[in-house]
Design a protein around this ligand. Sequence first.
Ligand SMILES: Nc1ncnc2c1ncn2[C@@H]1O[C@H](COP(=O)(O)OS(=O)(=O)O)[C@@H](OP(=O)(O)O)[C@H]1O
Length: 484
Amino acid sequence: MDAPRPRPARSEDEDDPPQRQGLSTAQAFLAVLFVAATAAACMHLITRRRGPSPTGVMQREQASRVSYRRVVDLAGRGASRFDPVMANKLDHARLRARRARNRRRSRKRAAAAGSGGCYSLQKESCEPGSQAASANSSCVHPAADHLDAMRATTVCGQRLPRANPCWVEESGNVSCLPAVYLLGEMRCGTTSLYARLLSHPDVEAPLNKEPRYLTLPNYRYHTGSSYAANFAPVARQDARAITLDASPTVFNAPLLAPLWVKKWVPEAKHLVLLRDPIQRTYSHWRAGVDWLKDSSCFVAPAMPANASLARATGFFKPQPLPEIRMMREVFSFDAQARLGLVEVALRECGASLGWGQYGGDEVTLSNETKACILSTSLGEDVAALFRTRQALAGRRTDAERDAYAEGMRRVSACSQYMLVPGAGVWRSSRYASNLAAWYAAFPRSQIKVLATEELERDATAVMKDVISFLGLREMELPKPKHDR
Ligand SMILES: Nc1ncnc2c1ncn2[C@@H]1O[C@H](COP(=O)(O)OS(=O)(=O)O)[C@@H](OP(=O)(O)O)[C@H]1O
């Protein structure tokens, strides 16, 4: 499979800066012991390409929830009977409250700015680093463009009679948005599904398979016009042609993406590919480790005189920088599973440590938050981990905290933000709450949930189903060249 390297798996509210952290000598000794034990487990996991994670916490989590298979089955029947796998009722309550808050804010802003008018997808964007921005021309900044999108009620120009949503403005220029969203999830075989779809003669490739415009960190820096430019190729095709956005991070962007798509392409069809959540999480984590190992955080030692001997003995293999070695306890899969679940449980209860604070300053939780954490299925585990973390935090010196914070910052940046406790790797596995957000915005007839395992077992049948769902001409698609 010629999958492009995954880009930062940053999640919607992942902006916490690194905090000061540290490690005492005794703790460092214990950490070394811990690292040795976890490194062995890690190696074992890394060599098992697709084996299930043996993590106890994850297994208990899985056992205490409805099975993933049931999620996929129920997804076809209705969100109301949908029993979450990696989320609980709190997810939905919090999501609803957050949405209501956002709606109130949007109404207020729209009232202040005045509403109506159309939204042009043909503005010159002055995005950071763009030519227009440096020439200081009359380009539109992302923030102004987003305000414009909020005020407007229609896309500027006349809608063309085509299968794909395209508009022609007075200038005669045509702009298009995608008819289909291949929402994800990450590491579920989206590249394979995308390649198969493109082999249909009526499906036109976008310029960028994964624009990732509809995830908050990216949205801040780009405009609707620069997003629409990705779909220009379909504008040149015949009326039957459609195109798609295949950003696998969009499914996990429930606060922005469903509402944006609903406003501008209400008829869009959505493909959601889900995989056994533990397999998926492990694959996602491993992608982060691969990024880390290819990064400047791993450096090759200077070539010794006897180079061939050095290579043969593995001496020349890139080695982690000292601050990365220190962080191994954090980026092992087991540690990531535990820390990720702590962070997810805390966030469900309205609290957060901020990823950079692990091992850093002590955090005070309200009684209400503590009670909320204990009421979740992993409450006792989370509380125990939290206590250990707090005890460590109190014993670190300033210098140790600085070193820890620097290590955490580097691991994070070098893994393209995947190896961050509680970040995208874990939230991407919370299928139920993410799916609920999409069901709230679109009728079920516009969302197709597929299982990676089915794609693996019988791709022809899956593609037949997908073609019919998308309303494309029926035909058997060839297997992509680089598929598994
Ligand atoms: N046809 C098919 N069936 C089942 N599984 C498949 C298929 N094609 C790819 N894969 C596995 O999916 C993982 C890559 O997923 P993505 O292409 O979605 O990755 S990415 O999000 O775009 O980075 C990656 O998983 P891991 O090997 O476990 O990492 C691929 O092996």
